[in-house]
Design a protein around this ligand. Structure first.
Ligand code: UDP
Ligand code: MG
Length: 324
C-alpha cells in the first residue's frame, strides 16, 4: 500500500571510538536530513540518534555538545561497550518516528541513499535493505571472507539479503515486530528477514573509511560470523549426526576387515584386533550419540528463544451490518 503522508525519519548511528569521524558525520547527515525535509520527503520533526557504545575516547562529549546546539540530534550513551548490534538495537528502540534508517558512523554506506530508501518506503515497503553492489574499497581478504560467508549462510538455510550489512530502513510496523524478539544473541540483519513484510533493496557502492579505523578486527568479525550461524542455523548439529553415521559405516567396513585379517591370515600381532574393533565401534557410537543429543539440543535451543511465531501485517474484518 502506498503511503500518502510525509513520514518522520530517525537516523540511528552507533558510534564506538569515532571521535575522528564524528564532525564530518554530523555535517553530512544533518545536510542529508535537511535536504529531505526541504524537499518535503520527510517531516520537519525528523531526528538523528547517535548512540555511544561505551567509547573510551571523547565520542560521547562530542555527541553531547552537538545535541545541545542541534535540536535534530539526540545522543544516547550505553553504560559500557555492548557491541555494534546492541548499540544499534538500543538506538532503534529509542526512536518514536515513523521510519528509521540505521547507518554506520564512518559513512562507508553512502547516506545519499537514505532518500532513495525513503522513496521505497513511500511505495509501500516496510523494510528497505541497502545492498553493496561492489566491494572495491574492501581488501581482497575482507571481500572474499564476507562474500563466502553470505554463501555459506545461504547454504545452511539462513535467509539473508546478499551483501547487506546494517544499512537498512525499517518502518514503525517492522520495528515493532522486531522488538518482539527477545533474543540475547543479536544478529539484526538475520532478524530483519525473519520479521518478513514487504521489502525492497537499494544498491550502492561502499566507499572507504575516511577517518579512524575499523572497529571490527578479525577476532570480532569471526565471532560475529559465528553468532550469525549459531543464532540462525542448527545445521552444524545436524552435521555431527551425519558425521556419526558416516563414521559408523566406515568403522563397520574396517571392523569387518580387521576381523577378516585376524581370522584368515597368519602372523597378526596379538591384541591388534581386540584393540581396534572396540576403538572403532565406540568412536562411531559416541559420535552418533552426540549427534542425536545435538538434535534435541537444537529443539531446546529453538524453544528457549521464544521467538514470536508470526506477525500480523493486515487485518480484514467483516462489519457487523455486512450481509454474509
Ligand atoms: N561499533 C559499535 N560498537 C562496537 C564496534 C563498532 O558501535 O563495539 C560501530 C562503529 O562505531 C561503526 C559501526 O559500528 O559506526 C561499524 O563499525 P566499523 O565501521 O568499524 O566496521 P567495518 O565497516 O569495518 O565492518
Ligand atoms: Mg565501517
Amino acid at each position: 500500500m502506498e503511503k500518502s503522508h510525509t513520514p518522520s525519519l530517525a537516523i540511528v548511528v552507533p558510534c564506538y571510538n569515532e571521535e575522528d569521524m564524528l564532525k564530518s558525520t554530523f555535517e553530512t547527515l544533518s545536510c542529508c536530513l535537511n535536504d529531505m525535509i526541504t524537499a518535503h520527503q520527510i517531516s520537519s520533526n525528523s531526528k538523528i540518534y547517535y548512540v555511544d557504545d561505551g567509547s573510551q575516547d571523547t565520542t560521547w562529549q562530542i555527541i553531547q555538545a552537538r545535541s545541545q546546539t542541534d535540536s535534530q540530534v539526540v545522543g544516547l550513551k550505553l553504560s559500557c561497550n555492548k557491541g555494534h548490534q546492541n548499540a544499534l538495537l538500543a538506538g532503534l528502540q529509542h526512536t518514536s518516528e515513523d521510519i528509521t534508517v540505521s547507518i554506520d558512523a564512518d559513512l562507508q554506506d553512502n547516506p545519499n541513499n537514505i532518500s532513495l530508501m525513503v522513496n521505497e518506503y513511500l511505495k509501500g515497503n516496510e523494510i528497505v535493505y541497502g545492498v553493496r553492489s561492489k566491494r572495491d574499497s574492501d581488501t581482497f581478504f575482507k571481500k572474499f571472507t564476507a562474500e563466502s560467508y553470505y554463501k555459506i549462510m545461504q547454504k545452511m538455510g539462513v535467509d539473508l539479503v546478499f551483501n547487506h550489512a546494517d544499512f537498512r530502513l525499517m518502518s514503525r510496523v517492522a520495528l515493532n515486530a522486531l522488538s518482539e524478539y527477545g533474543e540475547t544473541n543479536l544478529f539484526l540483519r538475520g532478524l530483519a528477514r525473519e520479521v518478513g513484510f514487504k521489502y525492497s533493496t537499494v544498491e550502492y557502492e561502499r566507499t572507504e573509511r575516511v577517518a579512524g579505523e575499523s572497529k571490527y578486527p578479525l577476532r570480532k568479525m569471526l565471532s560475529f560470523a559465528w553468532e550469525g550461524i549459531s543464532s540462525f542455523s542448527t545445521a552444524p548439529l545436524r552435521a555431527i549426526t551425519v558425521l556419526g553415521f558416516a563414521a559408523g559405516a566406515i568403522s563397520l567396513a574396517m571392523i569387518l576387515w580387521v576381523l577378516g585379517t585376524r581370522l584368515f591370515t597368519e602372523g597378526v600381532v596379538p591384541g591388534w584386533a581386540s584393540i581396534l574393533v572396540p576403538l572403532l565401534f565406540i568412536g562411531s557410537v559416541q559420535l552418533m550419540c552426540l549427534g542425536v543429543i545435538g538434535e534435541y539440543l537444537a529443539k531446546i535451543y529453538a524453544e528457549v528463544k521464544q521467538r514470536p511465531k508470526y506477525h500480523i501485517e493486515q487485518k480484514t474484518q467483516t462489519k457487523k451490518n455486512d450481509k454474509p
